[in-house]
Design a binder for this molecule. Structure first.
Ligand code: ZN
Length: 361
């Protein structure tokens, strides 16, 4: 078990800690490359004879990424160290067990990024991650499914090729596709053809919209056919679009700590106001960790920071997990089974005392 040094410190509060540790979690926004523990990065570098030139802790100096570009280059280094089926099995297993089940995660839809592993054939990735997921489920009961992320910094043609690979090597565990990396370098409209191919092939669709304007969310829904949105914080800048997303129950997979560090969900002041605004607007919000060790967080800690910043307690946080059950890509029978597991765990989760009321003056 690795010790996480949280990048967003919270006051010591045993009642909140007990509550957030016990809460069941359903994880829809966590990237495999972003989940690799520092010690594993070092092991993989050693195994493949790569000189990192710095400690893994230095590599993950969370909170100090100058910008998204710098963070993405760290991601590239880690991705390039995961090469053979054993590597993929290991990082998948660790992400799902120590990084997932140990935090009460019952179900995770893992974002894979084949373009982040240069020279590694997609079937090699698949072989490893499926083996890792099988072992993790056998050992802890966590259930994993996968989606394949298109790198939006590349061309529309490269995206089509990637979706063709996914279709050619279709397995039940891969439910859909996503779109990530820097939004500023890849507007969503570039990927219409890849998303149409995915739709024709029966794949579910999501995409990141983190820094982009509300219009990007519109493109995701209307042109890419997304059934959920990763981040999507700017939706609330557009009341008409917000009303539509409330009405259509469009899920938004929010990641409090990583987005606070990246200043996407507000001012980067730890207030998480943007997420509160989305919930208050009636949007279907879910909570996850994005790239946990790289941002000094984990699934429990993302819930902890909301408990402290927003005064949310068991029932409100449990509602976000129920949202994630609704938003996940399992079929209705499996969703009902997952919801039953969630409710059983919520029922034995201790609540923390209400947050002190702010002085109305
Ligand atoms: Zn993400």
């Amino acid at each position: 078990m690795t010790l996480t040094v949280h990048s967003t410190p919270t006051p010591a509060d045993p009642a909140i800690d007990a509550m957030v540790a016990a809460l069941p979690k359903v994880s829809l926004h966590c990237h495999l490359i972003g989940s690799v523990a520092p010690g594993t990065v070092l092991d993989l570098a050693r195994k493949h004879g790569v000189q990192l030139g710095r400690s893994a802790e230095e590599l993950y100096e969370h909170g100090s990424y100058e910008d998204l570009g710098e963070f993405l280059r760290v991601l590239d280094v880690v991705g390039s160290l995961i090469r053979d089926p054993d590597d993929f099995a290991r990082v998948t297993y660790e992400s799902l067990t120590a990084g997932g089940a140990a935090h009460g995660v019952l179900h995770r839809e893992v974002h894979l990024s084949p373009p982040g592993h240069p020279g590694v054939p997609y079937p090699t990735i698949l072989e490893g991650v499926l083996a890792g997921a099988r072992d993790a489920e056998a050992d802890t009961g966590i259930q994993a499914r996968f989606l394949v992320g298109i790198c939006r910094e590349r061309s529309g043609a490269a995206a089509v090729e990637l979706v063709e690979q996914v279709v050619a090597h279709r397995v039940d565990e891969v439910l859909g596709i996503g779109l990530d990396y820097a939004e500023v370098n890849g507007p969503p409209g570039r990927f219409v053809e890849a998303y149409r191919l995915a739709a024709r092939s029966g794949l579910r669709r999501t995409a990141h919209s983190e820094s982009g304007p509300p219009d990007h969310v519109r493109v995701l829904l209307d042109e890419l056919g997304c059934s959920r949105v990763d981040h999507g914080y700017h939706v609330v800048d557009d009341p008409e679009l917000t009303a539509r997303c409330v009405e259509e129950r469009v899920p938004f997979t929010c990641t409090p700590v990583s987005s606070d560090i990246g200043r996407y969900s507000g001012s980067g002041d730890g207030s998480h106001r943007r997420i509160a605004e989305m919930v208050d607007a009636g949007l279907l919000v879910t909570i996850d960790s994005d790239d946990p060790p790289m941002f000094g967080t984990d699934p429990t800690h993302d819930h902890r920071v909301l408990a402290h910043a927003l005064g949310w307690r068991r029932d409100r946080l449990a509602d976000l997990t129920r949202n994630a059950v609704e938003a996940c890509w399992l079929d209705d029978t499996d969703k009902a089974a997952l919801l039953a597991r969630v409710e059983a765990q919520v029922a034995v989760t201790p609540d923390a005392p209400p947050a002190p009321q702010e002085d109305p003056a």
